[in-house]
Design a protein around this ligand. Structure first.
Ligand SMILES: [Zn+2]
Length: 432
């Protein structure tokens, strides 16, 4: 037995533990020690672990939800507490349940096919292809494609719908095998996956390996500048390991031999970027002026200065206070309040603010995979959307606020009895 393990069992071991320096995480890109807090949202359970009724009397695991910013490279990030295999192995998120997301995918496929002349002789691959919500548009156009999806249950749905899909976590190893067995794609895309990978270096270098010499990569991810400007702290949850600005992603890609040659700004997920990358060696594709324009705006917004990041947390505290003030006032005056949606961001908001059935009687979700379960940590029942029509609440708090337009259209009947919709972000607001 080593002296260390003897000491740990001796009287006074607790005092010794307290004197040990606190755990020091390091940056997942540059390995610099992470000392600066961006925002600390306390303890939270994994956002997709909706509770089954027979598990209601069991304990739940909570993990720190503490986002830090790297002083060296400005990557905002969460530590990896849970292996992605545990998070994404049996995922409850099926992209096809959002109408606006499916339409967004269709328009993307149309635009990218025209711009890069993709046809029956091309090969398209999508990383984290989910249930095939996007690739099905390529299948319809006769473009050969392959989905690479880590969640077996979601991949099965894609295959049943005729989308070739392999069940894999993506990285260098998967890239080498897929390149050998299936070839190298002219278009390699990934939407809402770059932020979800713990080993960002393995992931981006995997894309370098897989992409055809004249191929392009497109990726979409929520833009950190919008998160900060619009107070979207609820988009911070354990599944999102990184919070990305354009200049940081450019740096990460450059490190692995990929150049960002174009960028588009999108309104999805509260404000996203769609980046276009190519091999550094392929200068047939010129870098568009949009690249330097966006970098200039990020500089103006202060994203290359640490002071900017330290101002964020105080706004988050104030948002919690004002949302709770609204809910307390509504409930005290006898109003009925329910939620709409059970998205990942809703779980951060509900857990951080401490909102349970004392404020929301229930929430609803269109996904049958969530109905009949309970929100993680806060244990609010998740019901079918029709239940709102039966309950006739005074207020419906929209948790996926990025889909507020779609939801208020689908649920227009709420206004029939004088019900009002409320969004919590960037600040609590009752919709007209
Ligand atoms: Zn760093």
């Amino acid at each position: 037995m080593s002296t260390a393990s003897v000491a740990s069992q001796a009287p006074g071991a607790d005092a010794a533990a307290a004197q040990r320096p606190a755990h020091q995480p390091t940056c997942r890109f540059c390995a610099h020690p992470l000392r600066r807090t961006f925002v600390d949202l306390g303890m939270s359970p994994l956002c997709q672990t909706h509770i089954e009724p027979h598990d209601l009397d069991k304990p739940e695991t909570f993990y720190p939800l503490h986002a830090r910013v790297c002083e060296n490279c400005f990557l905002v990030q969460l530590e990896e507490f849970v292996a992605p295999q545990q998070i994404f192995g049996d995922y409850a998120y099926f992209s096809s349940y959002s109408d606006s997301w499916v339409e967004h995918a269709r328009r993307y496929v149309e635009a990218v096919s025209a711009r890069f002349r993709l046809g029956p002789d091309s090969l398209v691959m999508e990383i984290a292809s989910n249930d095939g919500y996007l690739l099905r548009h390529f299948v319809k156009r006769g473009v050969p494609c392959l989905g690479i999806e880590p969640a077996a249950n979601v991949a099965r749905v894609a295959r049943e719908n005729g989308i070739p899909t392999v069940v894999r976590f993506f990285g260098q190893e998967a890239a080498r095998e897929i390149a050998q067995e299936r070839g190298r794609p002219q278009l390699l895309l990934g939407n809402n996956v770059l932020a979800h990978v713990p080993d960002i270096n393995d992931f981006v270098s995997g894309m370098k390996i897989l992409l055809a010499p004249d191929g392009i990569v497109t990726m979409e991810f929520p833009h950190l500048m919008r998160l900060m400007m619009e107070n979207q702290f609820d988009t911070i949850y354990h599944e999102h390991f990184s919070y990305l600005s354009f200049f940081v992603v450019e740096r990460v890609f450059a490190h692995h031999g990929l150049v960002l040659f174009d960028v588009e700004e999108l309104n999805t997920h509260g404000g996203s970027l769609r980046i276009f990358a190519r091999h550094a060696e392929n200068d047939a594709l010129a870098i568009t002026p949009k690249v330097s324009e966006l970098k200039a705006r990020e500089r103006e917004a202060g994203l290359d200065r640490l002071e900017t990041y330290s101002l964020f947390e105080a706004r988050v505290h104030e948002t919690k206070r004002s949302l709770l003030a609204f809910l307390i006032e509504a409930r005290r005056s006898g109003k009925k309040v329910v939620g709409y949606g059970a998205p990942g961001k809703g779980n951060t908001l509900l857990n951080y603010c401490g909102i349970r059935t004392d404020f929301l009687d229930f929430t609803v979700d269109r996904s049958p995979h969530k109905q009949g379960r309970y929100t993680p940590g806060t244990r609010i029942p998740i019901l079918h959307p029709d239940r709102i029509m039966e309950a006739r609440p005074d207020y419906v708090l929209i948790l996926p606020w990025n889909l507020a337009d779609e939801i208020t259209r689908q649920m227009a009947g709420v206004r029939g009895w004088g019900g009002r919709f409320v969004v919590p972000i960037p600040g609590v607001r009752v919709l007209a």
